[in-house]
Design a protein around this ligand. Structure first.
Ligand code: NAD
Length: 437
């Protein structure tokens, strides 16, 4: 089996390294963040991902997985090097490729024998060929260095399963050698039935941003329907059910609410839009501009509704926020709609108290000034308004009658449209649900 390295041990890279080791590969993983490497080497996962930590420990104990900060070590060790560094939003929405370039620069001088660099990061088309040129210009192995692109589709909260048994493997290659090598790397997943699509480099790069653009469009579509339901006195929930029962449409990603956030969809939609603008493809520019605007508009809608509900001004009013992660089963607060709403409430003078089952430490690192409550009941103590902003299962299990006893006013905005409205209203709550009458 080819020896594997993973460059960048964030959400994607750490999960990928563990999955590769669990499938029997010898793996070396590297990051420039000393603390991350030290934690991983001790068997600690620095973010919330169900099932990942035990698998990390198992593979550390088995000796198949090692962490290092030495590019010399990974360069000499690997035949297949997975590039998993971040590609955050940069100037004018473009993906910031500086981490990709820096990783390639650090790795290149260590590439002394034939090897394959496999990009997994989400990038605009053309990146793989740039990286190839960059590597070959520096690497002692020269033309024996090849590049492939293998975009990652894992979902945070389901990352282990998605890595061990992906619903598809997309592979952009430029040679039969690269394809054959990657078939060995993914032999277990292929044997278990994961479909493999082999493409050119540019198509593989585009598949990922196109997939995220489609998911974002579906979310923004149902949120636009929620807006029209509110104006027409209709109910978006049965509307979504009815649409979703059409097999051509499907129910998933048709949940109305506060819209998407996180480290991927928002930046990938904007990055793809910037790419389309560079390429002069106005249809994609216009489509994704609208998708993004609808999404951001959901945050405005919640703040406006909060202000109206509370009597015209938020200044000095106590607001309890339930949920700060961008989605449940994650502690990720990157581009979290909830975090942005908290910022706006605070800016308008509200006294905000936040609860989240797991994301409070990551949120506190970014927003140390917010008040974090140890329980839902602590957050809601004396609140004039409760905002339900992340759809954790825990919040659907709240006893609304008990919660009504601790608030100043039993008023709630369900921005995720999933609390049991009849139960809450029967317990005395005034409830506003986005898109519902
Ligand atoms: P992340 O920020 O969690 O991790 C990136 C890691 O790369 C960090 O640990 C950072 O220290 C490291 N790094 C930066 N420069 C480096 C260098 N020169 N050498 C070695 N390590 C370096 O980001 P992430 O969420 O893991 O995302 C990584 C990529 O994967 C992005 O392109 C993202 O769009 C894509 N992706 C992410 C997910 C996800 O769910 N998080 C899913 C699919 C694709």
């Amino acid at each position: 089996m080819p020896r594997v390295t993973v460059i960048g041990t964030g959400y994607l890279g750490l999960t990928h390294a563990v999955a590769m080791a669990d499938l029997g590969h010898e793996v070396r993983a590297i990051d420039i963040d000393e603390e991350k490497i030290a934690k991983a080497a001790r068997g600690e996962v620095p973010f919330f991902e169900p099932g990942l930590e035990p698998l990390l420990r198992k593979n550390l104990d088995a000796g198949r997985l090692r962490f290092t900060m030495s590019f010399e070590e990974v360069g000499r060790f690997g035949e297949v090097h997975f590039l998993c560094v971040g590609t955050p939003e940069g100037e004018a929405g473009h993906a910031d490729l500086s981490f990709v370039r820096a990783a390639a620069d650090a790795l290149a001088p260590q590439l002394t024998a034939q090897c394959l660099i496999v990009g997994k990061s989400t990038v605009p088309p053309g990146t793989a060929r740039q990286v190839l040129g960059q590597l070959r210009a520096i690497a002692p192995a020269g033309q024996q260095v090849e590049v492939a692109w293998n975009p990652e589709f894992l979902r945070e909260g389901h990352a282990v399963q998605d890595s061990l048994a992906p619903d598809r493997i997309v592979l952009g290659v430029t040679s039969d050698w690269a394809e054959a090598l990657m078939r060995q790397v993914y032999a277990a997943q292929l044997a278990a039935g994961s479909p493999l699509l082999v493409t050119d480099l540019e198509t593989a790069e585009l598949v990922k941003v196109a997939a995220n653009a489609f998911l974002a469009t579906k979310i923004s579509f149902i949120n636009a329907m929620a807006e029209i339901c509110e104006q027409a006195g209709a109910d978006v929930m049965p509307l979504a059910e009815a649409l979703g029962l059409d097999a051509r449409i499907g129910r998933r990603f048709l949940s109305p609410g506060l819209g998407y956030g996180g480290g991927c969809l928002p930046k990938d939609v904007r990055g793809f839009r910037a790419t389309a603008a560079d390429l002069g493809v106005t249809s994609v520019v216009d489509l994704l501009g609208t998708v993004d605007a609808i999404n951001v508009g959901r945050r405005d809608r919640v703040v406006t509704l909060a202000r109206e509900t509370i009597g015209g001004t938020l200044a000095g009013r106590r607001v309890a926020v339930l949920g700060i992660a961008f989605k449940p089963n994650s502690d990720d607060v990157r581009d979290s709609p909830s975090l942005e709403i908290c910022d706006r409430l605070v800016a308008e003078g509200a006294v905000v108290s936040v609860h989240d089952p797991v994301a409070m430490p990551t949120a506190a690192a970014k927003r140390p000034g917010l008040v974090y409550a140890p329980s839902v009941f602590d957050a809601a103590q004396g609140a004039d308004l409760v905002l339900h902003l992340t759809e954790w299962a825990d919040y659907q299990a709240i006893d609304p009658a008990a919660l009504a006893e601790v608030v100043a006013q039993p008023v709630i905005i369900d921005a995720r449209c999933c609390l049991d409205a009849p139960l809450w209203t029967a317990a005395g709550w005034t409830m506003h649900v986005l898109g519902r009458p």
